[in-house]
Design a protein around this ligand. Sequence first.
Ligand code: 5GP
Length: 181
Amino acid sequence: MDYKGNVDRVLYDRDILAERVAEVGRQIKADFAGKDLVVVAVLKGAFVFAADLIRAVDLPMAVDFAEIISYGEGTETTEEVVLTKDVGVNVKGRDVLVVEDIVDTGLTTAFLVDHLRIRDPRRVDVCALLYKPAKQRVEVPLRYVCFEVGDVFAVGYGLDYAGRYRNLPEIVTLKELEREE
Ligand code: 5GP
């Protein structure tokens, strides 16, 4: 079966995504002009979003990646957060913008922000593609949000379910969350 057969609802199509990413890109440009900007994209979920976002920010910047594993293969947040790839660039005294796929409980993002702050950046801000305010449990310096969502499980545009659906160009919900054991 192709992916289409399991799509329940299209939450954000390509046009809406492109429009909103361009808008947030312009805000970031206005806010970070003249700053020493380091964008840290969080793997794996934010890789598609980050690729579009950085090209919508017409400013000099460094780009790096961190990888955090927190979700396992299901849809519920686990309390355990593991940093599997650290940022390599020096962030001391610089303006760091963490690009996240989703801020849900906030635990994953807060973990990375705390980890980065130890290295003495000038400031750390977060830009999230999706934000689930109802589920937030810890504070994160969330400065930019593309879309606020309710209690749905979203896939596509980099977001996976059980390792799949990242390559869907739209953000959708699924009819069935079949777990591969
Ligand atoms: P948090 O630590 O904020 O609870 O969880 C953040 C991570 O959980 C996200 O980076 C993402 O990987 C995963 N996550 C949370 N909600 C969703 C969702 O609706 N869809 C997908 N695919 N992942 C989600």
